[in-house]
Design a protein around this ligand. Structure first.
Ligand code: FES
Length: 107
């Protein structure tokens, strides 16, 4: 199987309920991965774009998080209702700006 053009890493990390950091799984991320896989399959795009589960991406404060590579786009606060828009954008070479987490400044 060749490398894919795009990978979506969906953090599905879960922490204990009393952990102050929270976790992506606690914010619905476990539903994101199958929804993303289903969306890609429905469009016949699964050979070019792949959705994978991930452990913590150290972006917990903005979870649920999807990291899109190699474009290096971080989406935060993602819910299942955002999945189709994210896939549409990836297929069009665009970014869903309303969900994008800005990279740290170079300063
Ligand atoms: S728990 Fe998802 S980024 Fe840390």
């Amino acid at each position: 199987m060749p490398h894919r053009e795009t990978y979506f890493f969906v953090c599905t990390n879960r922490r204990k309920e009393d952990d102050a950091r929270g976790s992506c799984a606690g914010r619905g991320a476990e539903e994101l991965l199958p929804a993303l896989k289903a969306s890609l399959a429905k469009r016949g795009a699964a050979k070019a774009l792949r959705a994978c589960g991930s452990t913590c991406l150290d972006l917990c404060e903005v979870g649920a998080v999807i990291l899109q590579e190699p474009a290096h786009i971080v989406y935060g606060g993602v819910s299942v209702g955002d999945v189709e828009e994210i896939v549409d954008a990836a297929l069009a070479g665009k970014v869903v700006e309303r969900l994008r987490v800005a990279p740290p400044s170079a300063e």
